[in-house]
Design a protein around this ligand. Sequence first.
Ligand code: HXC
Length: 478
Amino acid sequence: MSEVIDPRDRLARITALVDLDSFSEYGSQARHRVTVFGMDRKRPVGDGVVTGTARIHGRPVEVFAQDPTALGGSLGEVHAAKIAAGLDRAAKVRCPVIGLLDSGGARIQEGVAALDGYGEIFYRNVALSGRVPQISVVLGPCAGGAVYSPALTDVVIMQRDRAHMFVTGPRVVRAVTFEDVSLADLGGADLHATTSGVAHLVADDAAHALDLTRRVLDHLPSSCHELPPGEPARAAGDMPHVPGDHREPYDVRTVIGGIVDSGSFLELHKQFAPNVVVGFARIEGRSVGVVANQPLVLAGCLDIEASEKAARFVRLCDAFGVPLVTLVDVPGFLPGTGQEASGIIRKGAKLLYAFAEATVPRVTVILRKAFGGAYIVMNSKSLGADAVYSWPGAEIAVMGAEGAVDVIYRRELAGEPTLRDELLTRYRAEAMDPSVPAERLSVDEVIDPGQTRSRVAATLRALERSMRPGYRHDNLPQ
Ligand code: HXC
């Protein structure tokens, strides 16, 4: 049972997040000077937000927490100026920013001053993107334009039941579209974790949300100018037996468990686009980002949502110097009119782009199959992977044997259909076996599954000297 954190205690959420006695508040006496709409009688000290500097696991952070008990945590000019000043401090000292959000949005009485306040924050969120980690922890309502600051940050954590994020609330929705919708269905944590992809992580309560925040931060450097922090190494779990029949599903997370330090995998976007798995982990204590096709869902095909999810994660890792480990078991891009019309070309290209531009150490392991465009996209050698390994028995080709034989032997099969099995066997041996790409260095080594952890670890160790801290690129929302 986790600790209950009282949202009416304006400092409680911050002190529960940061190292003991490490918080220094800034602007605690700030107040708005608005007099219209009777606001001169409502001037909460601090203007509805607590801001300041602190430490988490000994490292400096900038933190702000909106106070729902002061004018509903609504954002006016002074409230915004305090957050903006915190973002400026983070830029100067190069440290992460954590926002604990709980707000009714733009303070209506302050009009354009409140809207411009959001603009000042968005401007700084973008300026800091890719430079220092920014984490948004939504612990209550987050309405209107307020949602766009979290959307510009690197990781969004939402508290189940309490957090709601929407651009227009249920009342406006009803007035405009005549839809009757609940807060949860419009912008609840589960909706954003499964359908919209806005939330990377969902917490059971505030204490859990703060714990997840610390876990995310543990994998990231204080800024792009440093290397991610290390931890003592731990052994990996056992490598599972992966079914030889390529149509039989298995959970790729069990393979991840056989490669990374035990208990270190922190999956992001677990329920959104579950046909690809992404998350932070450690190998020999070093932080890594894992991207893996998930054969349990859509046979591991890449579709629009999976491409965007993986692309954003790859760019996050690359921006902050976190090496990438890619596990491939992919039959291709998901075919169909729906995907084509919705832009799989444009959106699939995001993942291609993200891998191709990444300069962090990049290791790929092909587990069972890698076909067509999806083979290239999933951090292939030609896209700049530092090392590509394949398990024996993997199939790597332009397409699966059935489809390929029908195309290239169409005439022969029309005359003699009984040749099909023989042609399939020949195609598998001559065109799909990992020895074929290994001959031309598209695969560096064919390795036994049991060697995967040690081989990936040795590769990352060897590549460690190639890591160059510094600004690489932003983490554009996608
Ligand atoms: C001014 C606000 C406010 C707001 C809440 N309050 N939201 N004051 N501006 N945006 C005040 C209430 O008047 C009330 O004051 C106190 O905060 C607590 O609010 P309650 O409604 O009593 O609390 P609760 O029942 O917990 O509901 C919280 C809420 C609700 C769900 C957040 O207040 C709400 O729906 N607020 C409006 C949300 C919204 O539409 N925001 C969008 C604004 S437009 P008293 O004095 O009675 O205690 C926007 C655009 C920005 O944000 C664009 C930027 C680019």
